[in-house]
Design a protein around this ligand. Sequence first.
Ligand code: CMP
Length: 150
Amino acid sequence: MERTLIIFKPDAVNRMLMGQILARFEAKGLRLAAMKLQQSPRTQVEKHYAVHHGKPFYESLVNFMTSGPVVLAVLEGPGAIGVVRKLLGATNGREAEPGTIRGDFGLDQQYNLVHASDGPDTARTEIELFFKPEEIVSYERAPDRWIVRK
Ligand code: CMP
């Protein structure tokens, strides 16, 4: 079972779109393994986006991600990392296909609603950065046997 970290960014929280976005992840069959609201410390966001350090948008990105609360979540399911990225669509909402989350709800490159891990190694590091092991819950939902054939 693959796990991925997602962040509902301050634009998703302030635009009150989290419910609609989470509904798409749930409808797909993905399962929440953890979730919390927080005002992120700047140092944590800098660590999370360290790969973008030095890029022209870095400072503005860190300012944006610390400008208000975010909601962090771990989603799980077979191929969860790729599945979530497909549901999100292209980084820039203007380029994202209709039917994707960013394609339906966004018009911007930075204000793109949700961050999601881009591979298994990043998913592991990102989940560790934002969640303690005891905050991640393993469980089965009754309909799971109708979502993925065993
Ligand atoms: P995310 O998937 O969280 O990863 C890095 C973030 O940087 C990205 O989503 C956007 O919010 C932002 N981003 C990427 N490219 C640009 C850009 N060219 N200008 C501004 N922000 C960007």
